[in-house]
Design a protein around this ligand. Structure first.
Ligand SMILES: *Cc1c(COP(=O)(O)O)cnc(C)c1O
Length: 386
């Protein structure tokens, strides 16, 4: 079968061999403890599920939804955004519903990237920034995220020549996979940089609600001038353990939202009204469920950090996200992941998030504390200490 060139241009899938070995272990009956996927293990809070059940009975939700999302959903987004970040949004023009943020991350390239245009993509990163760029015929320009800069990109090191055709810049804090956070001064620098080079900024803030020890996450849209140069893409997936529901939103620059809407009008028919009603219940209802989930992730983070430190690894406690980004002895992330798999522990090799992720593995805190302790014990027994 001859595939289109755009499929051939995609980066190779690096984990086929590792996946095969995990599967083999499972078949042998090994008790696998997986920190592999960033998918909350806790169920969606009950009041949200109930709202969906009720919404399913409403005939208006049985018909095609609107492209941009119900006004009531966009109002709920605007209210939550103002409460969380103090940023006022016009729900009619500055908010659009997405069928999960992956959809929006992918589609936004088609609104602004012509073949040959450059998109500035961080690395290591969520792979969809780069693949979305490639699908649209764009050219990813890699911004390395390095530990010594707190995993923030050095915007000023991008060659001038590459910036001439640059259209978009992706940022993602709190960050997957490094768990790094960004402060307002970084976002101000991003606005300056975007204004100077005529870039659209897309800030993926999927982990904005998952922060520890009272740390307050800032949004890109809090920076002065941000509303004119870009959008935030945020999702209910991680905040409310709703990855299976597929509901998210983009908000910010009216013109950018308009461009995204034009693409989506021609690609999909909007998020289901049932799911939007459930999302409204999530955004406007009590937020105890979020606090409880975050407290649980914090206990897990503490258990894992404590365990790894006992084994001699030097790790900082992440301020946000449900990930831990561990520098591995020897620097070969795939080899380290394979050694962990020997004792039934699954992690994601950093190289899967791009070449600058090499030297690290990512733990997703999607296992309860007892399983984390068990994993650390197995590592200890296997002599996997630093
Ligand atoms: C999980 C995740 C998302 C959310 O994806 P959805 O499509 O909304 O489920 C977006 N960006 C990053 C960086 C993520 O890790």
């Amino acid at each position: 079968m001859r595939y289109a060139e755009r499929l051939n241009r995609l980066p190779p899938y690096l984990f086929a061999e590792l996946d095969r070995k995990v599967e083999e272990k499972r078949r042998q009956g090994v008790d696998i403890i997986s920190f592999g996927v960033g998918d909350p293990d806790m169920p969606t809070p009950e009041h949200i599920v109930r709202a969906a059940c009720e919404a399913a009975g409403k005939p208006e939700n049985h018909r095609y939804p609107s492209y941009e999302g119900k006004l009531s959903y966009r109002q709920a987004v605007a209210e939550r955004f103002e409460r969380d970040f103090g940023v006022k949004l016009d729900p009619e023009r500055e908010v659009i519903a997405l069928i999960g943020s992956k959809e929006g991350v992918h589609n936004i390239h088609f609104a602004f990237v012509d073949p040959g245009d450059v998109v500035l993509c961080p690395c290591p990163a969520y792979p969809v920034y780069r693949t979305g760029t490639l699908f649209a015929g764009g050219v990813p320009e890699i911004l390395p995220l390095r530990a010594e800069r707190g995993f923030l990109p050095d915007l000023w090191e991008v060659p001038e020549k590459r910036l001439r055709r640059a259209r978009m810049l992706w940022i993602n804090y709190p960050n997957n996979p490094t768990a790094a956070v960004a402060e307002l001064d970084f976002y101000r620098e991003v606005v300056d940089f975007a204004e100077e080079h005529g870039l659209i900024v897309c800030s993926d803030e999927a982990y904005a609600s998952i922060a520890f020890d009272g740390y307050r996450v800032r949004s890109f849209l809090e920076a002065e001038g941000a509303m004119e140069v870009g959008v935030v893409i945020n999702s209910l997936s991680k905040t409310y353990s709703m990855t299976g529901w597929r509901i998210a939103y983009a908000c910010g620059s009216e013109e950018v939202i308009e461009g995204l809407k034009k693409v989506k009008t021609n690609v999909d028919s909007g998020a289901s009204g049932i799911i939007q009603d459930a999302a409204i219940a999530a955004l406007t209802g009590p937020q105890d469920c979020v606090r409880e989930a975050v407290a649980e992730y914090q206990r897990r983070r503490d258990a894992l950090v404590e365990g790894l430190r006992r084994l001699g690894f030097s790790v900082d406690k992440p301020k946000a996200t449900f990930y831990l980004w561990l520098r591995v002895p020897g620097g070969d992330s795939m080899a380290f992941a394979e050694r962990l798999l020997e004792v039934g522990v699954v992690v994601t090799p950093g190289v899967g998030f791009g070449e600058h992720g090499e030297g690290y593995v990512r733990f997703a805190l999607t296992q309860p504390v007892e399983r984390i302790r068990e994993a650390v014990e197995r590592m200890e027994e296997a002599g996997l200490a630093e």
